[in-house]
Design a binder for this molecule. Structure first.
Ligand code: AMP
Ligand code: GLY
Length: 422
């Protein structure tokens, strides 16, 4: 099978790497990719937001399957353009991607499907905002209704900061604060059959101990031994299946990756958000343990044959991913710093370097984005996976870079990751 991965980040590198190791895959192409993806795929310079160009590239290379990584092209309808060209595409239609593209739409779908989520008000005026903030009280949760590349949510005790964030957005969703640890549960679906993957946990704050600002994600691990045994079954029954059924009932079936961001609150599981694509960096850890050929799952979802693929199979080991970020990330990441040490990391057992914000300049690998790269390691248990991941991180040198030192630390000791209130 010939595959084409669309996107440039760590998630796309992890997808391309897994496809390159899949015996059913003969060719991996990517557009536009990055220098890490170039090691496992043939790159093409095509704008991921240009649906006609993506469809034309897929036709030219004779792709059997196109995998769209990021949310922006999905929300823009690029998957529709690929399918219109008669090529199987993993990723929801423009209309179905609204599950991520509009937080208000996601709330409507959850209400229609009776999916447990936080109470929320959709607000368009300053008066509505103030009423909603007072109705819930602190900590305040204010979410930009539209896609905001991870910067749309403010959680704060400061009422004025909540009002200011709302004023900077056209439309906001103001939500009750959900306590308890967060879990990411991904499911692959063809619009009917829903196959949950192994749960993972993401570390959203920039600094150790969940301090500092929110980021796109500073690390991840799987499995989550501290969660209840029936978590996946319960989330399938109460969240994933009803959501997929509701989308089909509305005439906009969801096909691709349904990402449920969950809070395990004292009152039970609640959906914090849906995304319409693989999460980054959870995907790096999850795919490192997947034993089922990835192409079978993605192609099955794309053409509507997932029931025959069956439940994904997993290695019984553990996987930890640590993100190395550029100086100044997330506020103002510096670009152009030289990246050293990757050859030494490549010699380590069970360790992969996944590129995100990297570029080649005069033959040298340099930083080109906030989350520069991540190190994903597999080990017999979380302790070994952590040791290996951090051994890799320690070999990498980038001026001013930073990373969290506590990824999967609590879980290594069998404890849940505590969530610190703002
Ligand atoms: P989102 O973009 O919706 O995933 O939100 C980003 C982050 O903000 C989440 O991962 C949570 O850590 C936090 N967050 C979002 N909604 C809530 C909520 N209702 N209660 C508490 N924290 C939240
Ligand atoms: N890891 C969070 C996200 O991909 O949205």
């Amino acid at each position: 099978m010939k595959t084409l991965v669309i996107g440039t980040g760590g998630r796309e590198h992890a997808l391309a790497l897994a496809l390159s190791r899949d015996p059913q895959v003969t060719e991996v192409h990517a557009a536009p990719g990055n220098p890490g993806i170039a090691e496992v795929a043939t790159l093409h310079q095509v704008d991921p937001m240009d649906g006609a160009a993506v469809a034309a590239l897929a036709t030219t290379i004779g792709a059997d399957l196109v995998v769209i990584g990021p949310e922006a092209p999905l929300v823009a309808g690029v998957a529709d353009d690929v399918r219109a060209a008669g090529i199987a595409c993993f990723g929801p239609s423009r209309e179905a991607a609204q599950l991520e593209g509009s937080k208000a739409f996601a709330k409507q779908v959850m209400a229609g499907a009776d999916v447990p989520t936080g109470m929320a008000h959709v607000c368009e005026t300053a008066e509505q905002v103030q009423d909603a903030l007072d109705a819930f009280g602190p900590p305040y949760v204010v979410k930009d209704d539209a896609l905001a590349a991870g910067k749309g949510v403010v959680v704060t005790d400061d009422r004025q900061a909540a009002i200011d964030h709302a004023a900077a957005c056209d439309r906001v969703v103001i939500e009750e604060f959900l306590d308890g640890p967060e879990v990411s549960l991904f499911a692959i679906t063809d619009g009917e059959t829903v196959l949950p993957l192994q749960p993972a946990q993401d570390f959203k704050r920039a600094l150790d101990g969940d301090g500092g600002p929110n980021t796109g994600g500073m690390g991840a691990y799987t499995p989550l031994d501290w969660t209840p045994d029936d978590l996946v079954a319960e989330v399938s029954r109460r969240v994933l299946v009803p959501t997929v059924q509701e989308m089909a009932r509305r005439g906009t079936p969801f096909q691709g990756l349904l990402y449920a961001g969950l809070a395990l609150t004292s009152r039970g599981v609640r959906v914090i958000e849906f995304n319409a694509r693989f999460g980054d960096p959870e995907t790096q850890s999850i795919l490192a343990l997947l034993r089922t050929p990835l192409s079978a799952l993605l192609y099955g979802a794309a053409i509507g044959g997932l029931a025959e693929v069956g439940l994904p199979q997993w290695a019984s080991s553990s996987s930890v991913t640590v993100v190395v970020a550029a100086e100044g990330y997330p506020e103002d990441p510096r670009k152009g710093d030289v990246i050293d040490g990757l050859d030494e990391v490549a010699a380590l057992d069970g360790v992969d370097v996944i590129h995100a914000g990297t570029a080649l300049e005069d033959g040298k690998l340099v930083t080109s984005g906030g989350r520069v790269l991540s190190v994903t390691a597999v080990g017999a248990d979380l302790a070994e996976a952590r040791r290996r991941a951090y051994a890799g991180v320690d070999l990498i040198h980038i001026r001013g870079s930073h990373h969290r030192t506590d990824i999967a630390l609590a879980a290594e000791h069998g404890q849940e990751q505590e969530r610190i209130e703002p």
